[in-house]
Design a protein around this ligand. Sequence first.
Ligand code: SF4
Length: 333
Amino acid sequence: MTYIKPTKKAVLSIRDIVKRFPTADHRYLTACNHVSLELHQGESLAIVGESGCGKSTLVKVIMRLHDATAGSVLYDGQDIIRFTGEEKRQNYRHMQMVFQDPAQAFNPKMKIRDIVCEPLYNFALLSKAEAENRAKELLHMVELPADFADRYAANMSGGQRQRIAIARALALNPDILICDEATSALDVSVQKKIIDLLLRIQQQTSLSIIFICHDLALVYQMCHRAAVMYLGNIVEVLPAGYLKEAKHPYTQALLRSIFPLRAKGECEVATLQGEIPSPLDLPQGCPFQERCSFCMAICRETVPELRLIGREHMVACHLLDVSEKEVKTEEIE
Ligand code: SF4
């Protein structure tokens, strides 16, 4: 895989985002708890964590599929979560999303030509007469034959449908692409082709990508940085190529729970013990305290702040405040 070097210019600044959902019994479920992150131009930023950690909710807040409870998301100097009406609609020209199962997002009665050109029609950027050529260009970009324009999505494989979803998402030349588990449902070989395709497009266009993913090995291979989320909180941010240097006990536990690529015979994979606490009843102090074998008194009282401990490496853990001792790390093979 070939990488571009991202600039340090923030194309998106997520600041102190809180998202709470009211429940039927008049309580609140906290999905995002004061999340702050920056996405740089030309960067692939992974957001990783267990199911239910809030990563999909966060990107839905960015895409305005959910309204934030508090906080801001700055794009081009403007807080896009304050946009309404036409301003909100126009913002989709700059950021688009690819979902895990694109088949659910396609109208089965539409031909591929109209699916990939639909965003251009929506913004009156293309006439029906121009659609033939533009559809061919978009199909070429995602390495599909031009005659696919006359087909229907139902007659395609999962990998082909995901390419169509990427073509449609990129039709408007957005600055930001959000991939929410976009490759998780695909075979490993197809997954690699889709990742290679995204990296090639990123190299040609300086696209910034947010990549929601469970697969740490994939993140290690393809992303520039990784943000680790637990119970609605960002607990660690670091360069993806340095994942093995992770310092937060949760990130380390995630790394210990994946199978090494070159395992021979028996290999030990340590699963993370205990359950994630209910987001309806967040603990005081560190969100990871119930599952952390290093938990101290301060962890039950004070929420650890996300702070810089090295180049582009931020961790929210009291261990780094009170001890010189390095937390043991494990290698991803
Ligand atoms: Fe564990 Fe305390 Fe660090 Fe939380 S702050 S991860 S409980 S050591």
